[in-house]
Write a protein that binds this ligand. Structure first.
Ligand code: HEM
Length: 632
């Protein structure tokens, strides 16, 4: 790939340092970041074309407002053919169509519904309810093109428009959902804040036995079996928590009918080890599924059972482990593997950062998540159910049976090995080479100091005295609600490519719908704390846990594919990947630090710091869904 110098500091925009190299030649088109959508819509009745054009004229202001909020569409136009048989929708946009079609559903769903009423072979409507049908339809009818020329092949909408000049409209708080807490598994809505987790990966060899096992977990009688923890309030803190997730192979092993199994979204059906999914997510080389210790393609996991307890409940933890193992044996469940995770002091993860600060607030959910500067996320972003509306005004349950999927969620289990020595070398060597304090380098990579204080609020030095609420009460740009907020468009405080800013750009200018693609994180470190005196101890350590959402492709995979590993279209991210998580090239990836003190941007070379050791895609059914499985 052509190496262009990343330079987005506005003060330097006209300076020599920012000039494009001259040697692009005929490589230019290969690098074109803009893509064309040429959507051919065949009319049911050509005589209705004038009526359709009238509608398009009426909705024009709404289309303009919606597209200008996405920051990746260069232009859009509607073009009727002379005979009225076809309407062409032509747009030029930055990046990857697949990733962004859901944004169109969110911001232009009603307008597409109105257009598609006139169209032959239209997908099921409303598009908000059947977004995947809409995406397939658009992909099928998007006609091939020959890219001939672009005046600015490497320029995205964001780069062309420059820093934001007007405040974006206020984002409405979604209506609180009426959540059935006693039916929802506890790990979805609660951070248990325990110190130990044990994950059992199981394979079903006898589906009648597996049904009995599941029935036991939700029978309500603790004497017969450990019970699944729900999100319902408790009077007394339980001695342990237990949750369960099933892979698509697991649902198949339960004998669900083929037509039900086919209703699940492709991501869940195929799973994270499928090459077409693993490669764009960065699970290649040492991180490839062939090397995984959990979720290896040749050892399919059906069930993941996760047991959690506090350190002082060690006896209960071991006792429940024994009971579960007896139940596995009695019910024909084979334990393929078992992995433990244990909290480090002060909520730290292995690179020494404090974690477990930012989680989405969910409209209608109880919880201690402090109000931050972001609107609450809709319950439908995390839960399946006809009444759980997502941000697209639809819901993610689709045609799945309510008996199985009401109150369910999806999760990606990730086991991620961290190379702490390489991380320490990186911050120390970069500090030396660029005359920066290594702690500042660490903060720039993450977007938070290692004590958790965000660079956005504490740009100069960590602020060890911030309240928990304050730690998450920030945004990267002024918003309608907070117009005086500092605009960090250039990443002078928090680099645009820092881990937390990539994975949740909040209200900053970013390609796509702001405050979208949220995810709930339930991870815990595994392996002992790193001792620099024993740097070559040969012991594996990392992060193990669940990343929870209601649509794996649109939330979890989008984060990993686009924001972590591929984003070429947002200012400040070109040719770089997430410095913490990214699948960096063998020669190292690039990370840019701007200090705002008239120095050129500092470019660090970052090695791959995290290796994937395993992954599973899980359905986390509600209690009713588990009973349904048990009764089949
Ligand atoms: C070993 C791997 C990882 C490490 C060491 C790590 C570390 C951290 C730390 C220290 C924070 C800041 C604490 C906080 O804001 O709560 C954070 C935030 C976050 N991480 Fe990671 N993380 C890892 C993997 C992942 C993965 C796989 C994802 C998702 C695909 C992810 C998504 C996020 C998100 C969404 C945030 C919160 C951003 C915000 O809302 O401001 N992380 N991570």
């Amino acid at each position: 790939m052509h190496e262009s110098r990343v330079c987005t500091h506005p003060a330097a925009a006209s300076a020599e340092a920012c000039r494009e190299p001259y040697d692009r030649g005929d490589q230019a088109l290969e690098e074109q970041v803009q893509n064309a959508l040429n959507l051919f819509l065949t009319m049911k009745n050509p005589a209705q074309m004038p009526a359709l054009l009238d509608i398009l004229e009426q909705v024009k202001p709404r289309v303009q407002a919606a597209l200008s909020g996405l920051h990746y569409v260069h232009f859009a136009r509607f073009l009727p053919t002379r005979d009225g048989s076809t309407l062409l929708v032509i747009t030029e946009y930055d990046g990857d169509l697949d990733a962004y079609l859901m944004d169109f559903v969110a911001v232009l769903g009603d307008e597409f519904n109105a257009i598609l009423e006139f169209v032959e072979g239209a997908p099921r409507l409303p598009v908000q309810q059947y977004p995947r049908d809409f995406c397939d339809f658009v992909t099928r009818n998007n006609l091939a093109q020959v890219k001939a020329w672009s005046a600015y092949p490497e320029k995205t909408v964001i780069e062309i428009q420059g820093p934001r000049r007007t405040l974006p409209p206020a984002v409405a708080e979604p209506a609180p959902a009426n959540l059935d807490l006693a039916d929802i598994q506890g790990n979805i809505l609660r951070g248990y804040r325990v110190s130990h987790a044990r994950h059992f990966a199981l394979a079903i060899s006898d589906n009648a036995g597996a049904r009995d096992f599941i029935n036991g977990l939700v029978c309500g009688d603790e004497r017969l079996s450990p019970q699944i923890s729900t999100a319902a309030h408790w009077q007394e803190r339980p001695a342990y928590f237990l949750n369960i997730g099933l892979t698509w192979d697991g649902l198949q092993a339960f004998g669900l009918p083929a037509d039900t199994l086919q209703c699940f979204p492709a991501a869940f059906r195929e799973g994270p080890a499928a090459e077409s999914r693993a490669t764009p997510l960065g699970d290649t080389g040492a991180s490839a599924p062939a090397n995984w210790v959990i979720g290896h393609p040749e050892a399919p996991v059906h069930v993941l059972l996760s047991l959690y307890a506090d350190a002082h409940q060690h006896a209960a933890f071991e006792q429940q482990t024994c009971r579960l193992r007896q139940l596995f044996t009695a019910h024909g469940l084979r334990e393929l593997s078992c992995f433990d995770a244990s909290a480090l002091p002060h909520d730290q993860v292995h690179f020494g950062y404090r974690d477990s600060i930012a989680q989405p607030r969910i409209a209608g959910a109880p919880g201690r998540e402090a109000a931050d500067m972001q609107p609450a996320a809709s319950a439908g972003e995390f839960l399946l159910g006809k009444d759980y509306v997502n941000q697209y005004s639809g819901n993610f349950i689709g045609d799945l049976p309510a008996a199985l999927c009401d109150n369910a969620s999806y999760a990606a289990l990730r086991m991620l090995k961290q190379d702490v020595r390489a991380f320490d070398d990186l911050i120390n060597q970069a500090g030396q080479r660029h005359n920066l304090y290594p702690e500042l380098v660490a903060a720039k990579l993450m977007g938070r100091w290692r004590d958790g204080s965000p660079l956005t609020l504490a740009p100069e030095a960590p602020d060890g005295h911030m309240s928990r609420q304050r730690l998450n009460n920030f945004d990267y740009a002024p918003t309608a609600e907070h117009p005086t907020y500092y605009d960090d468009a250039d990443g002078l405080r928090c680099p645009v490519g820092a881990h937390i800013r990539r994975l949740n750009p909040r209200g900053a200018l970013v390609t796509g719908k702001p405050y979208s693609r949220r995810i709930i994180r339930r991870g815990m470190p595994y392996g002992p704390a790193f001792d620099p005196g024993q740097a070559d101890d040969g012991i594996e350590r990392g992060l193990l846990g669940l990343f929870i959402c209601a649509d794996l492709a649109m939330q979890y995979e989008f984060l990993m594919r686009t924001w972590v590993n591929q984003d070429i279209q947002t200012r400040g991210l070109q040719n770089s990947r997430d410095p913490i998580l990214g699948a960096q090239p063998a020669e190292g990836g690039q990370f840019v630090i701007r200090t705002g003190d008239n120095r050129d941007p500092i470019e660090l070379t970052v090695p791959r710091l995290v290796t994937t050791r395993g992954s599973l895609y899980l359905l986390i059914p509600g209690i009713g869904g588990l009973r349904y499985l048990g009764s089949r």
